[in-house]
Structures are given as C-alpha cells and as structure tokens.
Design a protein around this ligand. Structure first.
Ligand code: ZN
Ligand code: ZN
Length: 444
C-alpha cells in the first residue's frame, strides 16, 4: 500500500497508517545492558513497592488477583521475593528502551500505544498503558484483560485500574516516586494528557517522541520470521484467490475471498483493507473495492497483506484481464524496471531518498514521471506504514534488520494503474526479497 510522498506533521489517530515523528536517536543500545536489566526486573532491586505481582487500584471490594498459572503458584505473593523474568527478546527491548531513558535523564516512561506495548511486553489486551522505570514494568489494564496479562506478560507488575484511566496511571508516578516521566506525544490524546497532568503531583511529564518507534525500525530474528510468515500467508491466499477470479466478479468479492483465505491460512486477519481495483479504478492508489466487475481488456490491481502474530506483509500485483491498453503495458514495463533497479540498490548504508530517486529516474525516462505520485516505499513490521520512509526527500540510511516495501507505481486517470510491491529485508551485506510471487499474471 503506497504512502504519501511527503512527511506528515500531524500524527493520525490510526496507528496502523499513521506517520510518526522521526526518532531523535537511532543508536543501538548495548546488549550488555540486557542481562543487568533482566536481573533488576527479576529481583525488583531498588523498587519502592512490594513485589506483589497484582494490584487492584480501583473497584471497591476487589481482592488481589490470584495466581492463574503453574509458574505463578511457586511465586510468593508478597515481600521482595524474585518474580519471573521476561523472555529474552523482551528483556533485550526493555534494556534498549531503558538505555534511552537514562540518556534522556527520565526515570519513567509511559507507553500508551497498544502496538508499542505489544512490542515491549507481548501484551495484546485492548486496554493498557505501560509505565517503565529503571527496574519495573508496570502494566495497567482492566479486568477484561486480567488473564491476558497473566498469560502474556506474567513477569510484569499488573495493575487493574478499572475505568479510572489517567488518574490511576498517575497514582503510580507517586508510588514509584518518579520525578520525570516521558511520554510519546504521538500516542497521548489531549484528554489523557490533561487527566495525567492534573493527577500527577510532583512528577514532571516530558515529551519524548519516537523512542520506541526508533528502536522498532530494525527487526530481530523473531520479528523477521513473523513478517516472513505474513508474506507467505498473503502469497498463498493470492494464489488461491487468483484461481477463483472470473469475468463479472466484483471487486468486493475478490477482497472478501482474500481476507477469508488469509485467515484460513493462519493470519490473525488482513493487515489492512485489501485494495482491489479494476480498470480506471486502478488509477486511484488507495481505491476501496466496490461493485465494479472484472471485465476483459482491463487491468486488475490488488494490494493486500496479512497479519501474523502481530506482524504484517504488504504486497501488490497486477493481473491482465485479456489484453489491456498499450499505455498500461508500457507503464508496466517501466514500473517493473524501476522495481528491479531499486531492489538491486537495497543495502546497509543506502539512502532512503536515494532509492526513491533511482526508481523515479527509470519511470521518468519512460515518460511517466508525473504519474508516479507517491513515495517508493515504507518500513513494515507491526504497522503497515512505519519508519523508514522511502521518499525522495528522506536522508535516512538503511540498516540491517529493516524491512521495507519497494512499490513503484504509474497511474493513468481513466485508464488504469500499475504498481508492483515487494517486501525487502536489509541484511548485513545487502538484501533479501521476502516476497516471491511471479511478476506477471494474466487471466483469459
Ligand atoms: Zn501495499
Ligand atoms: Zn505499501
């Protein structure tokens, strides 16, 4: 799915498609910190609250949650006894965020984004906030996600805060004696900020944009495996649905089949609403599938992706329905050549803006410069659009572990559009194209 060619200055509320603020720091935290952070988390060293895992901060008459799993039963419910330590991947991420907090002299960080909470702790509940300190991970949620928290993040300090969102969260600033708590302005609403500020006595709230977004740019091996699984499910669904497509079928039916088959093949769902566009509709890069039917002599453009274990794929292919107009075939050849050149240039150190320029110059030579009206690509991971952005004015450099889309396109109003989109991993030495679908499809 294409992203706009210019950076947005105002974050949009939908995390999936939001353009975030650029991280101010992209440094890799040292791995050395992981072990010590994990140890601190495990023993709770220096934390001023009891090590009791579960705390209810609201709901009159509520009692402390009892142990839900075997691993919890062996754990004492009070005092300063050891608790469970986080799995290695999360311990590493926690350590990297903590290193960032130290460098900014913050003693706490409030994470309001559900996506970022999942990245940091594995918790998938739909109500939550994480308050991270030097040695504690406090997970604030409500009763609906009590068991979810026990299953997914048993090592965190769980707080069931009920409906008293910001106030109950701010209470913990005091309990943990935090002086400076950072938050990401991209993920805190004005209402939440007002509630937090009112309730946070003695704690200074400080804007700290993009800390986690910056760390999410480079994926670890588990994350890469998840994206690859999402690519495979999406490709499997495409191949199955392609066999079902016939003349007269509506765009919305094709989109529905794709979503069904992706789930059937193991996806949590579609990564985004599939774009299925016939003929002139394909000239709209973000067309919503409607009642247009598949007709001979048209192009069919499909942009789709799957979500697997919280990670997404994002692919685009065009299918010729018989013989399309000549102009589209010429556009296709230029897009395909631009795709090749851009993918060839993907390697650590390559400039994101430079990649866009490489693709754009190929399309310009074919005379379609003005018809390539979005950026070359974007990062993918837990979100469909995340950093880095491969837009012409960008100056970021690619780093190993980034996964980006390469998706040049040419759109001819009233005729149709062409886009080819693949998901490419930046490796230590170059790149690996994670997607492997053929580039040419024709039915009829
Ligand atoms: Zn796409
Ligand atoms: Zn895309």
């Amino acid at each position: 799915m294409p992203s706009r060619s210019r950076r947005s200055t105002s974050p949009r509320p939908q995390a999936m498609h939001s353009a975030r603020a650029s991280p101010s720091s992209r440094r890799h935290a040292s791995a050395k910190r992981s072990a010590s952070a994990a140890a601190a988390e495990k023993t709770g060293r220096g934390a001023p609250v009891p090590r009791k895992r579960s705390t209810r901060s609201s709901a009159p008459g509520a009692r402390a949650a009892t142990s839900a799993g075997a691993s919890r039963k062996s754990r004492p419910t009070g005092g300063s006894a050891a608790t469970i330590s986080p799995p290695a991947a999360f311990a590493e991420r926690l350590a990297r965020v903590r290193a960032e907090l130290r460098s900014r002299k913050l003693d706490g960080y409030l994470i309001q984004s559900l996506l970022e909470q999942r990245w940091l702790t594995g918790f998938t509940g739909e109500d939550g906030a994480v308050l991270l300190t030097a040695d504690q991970t406090v997970l604030l949620t409500d009763g609906r996600f009590d068991q979810t928290a026990d299953r997914e993040a048993p090592w965190a300090t769980k707080v069931l805060r009920g409906s008293r969102g910001p106030e109950a969260t701010a209470e913990w600033f005091g309990k943990l004696r935090l002086k400076r708590v950072g938050y990401d302005p991209a993920h805190v609403t004005v209402a939440t900020f007002a509630g937090l500020s009112k309730a946070a006595r003695g704690t200074k709230l400080e804007s700290a944009a993009g800390i986690i977004a910056g760390l999410r740019e480079c994926k670890d091996t588990g994350e890469i495996a998840n994206v690859l699984a999402a690519v495979r499910v999406a490709q499997g669904a495409f191949e199955r649905v392609l066999k079902l497509i016939k003349l007269g079928m509506r765009e919305r039916e094709i989109a529905a089949y794709l979503e069904f088959v992706m789930r059937d093949l193991g996806a949590d769902g579609a990564a985004f609403e599939p774009i299925v566009a016939v003929g002139p509709n394909a000239a709209l890069p973000h067309h919503h599938p409607g009642d247009q039917r598949v007709e001979a002599g048209q192009v069919l453009l499909i942009d789709w992706g799957a979500k697997v274990r919280g990670y997404v794929s994002d692919l685009t292919r065009v299918v010729w329905i018989g013989n399309p107009p000549d102009a589209l075939e010429r556009a296709y050849r230029s897009v395909r050549a631009a795709r090749e050149k851009a993918i060839e240039a993907v390697r650590p150190g390559a400039s994101t803006g430079g990649l866009d320029k490489i693709a754009r110059s190929v399309i310009k030579r074919a005379g379609f410069e003005k018809q390539f009206n979005h950026s070359l690509g974007h990062g993918i991971g837990m979100a469909v659009h995340e950093a880095p952005s491969l837009r012409k004015t960008a100056t970021d450099k690619l780093r190993p572990g980034m996964i980006v889309t390469i998706e040049p396109g040419v759109y001819l109003p009233g005729v149709g559009g062409i886009r080819l989109e693949d998901d490419v991993l930046v490796t230590e030495r170059g790149h690996e194209v994670l997607s492997s679908l053929p580039l040419e499809f024709r039915i009829l």
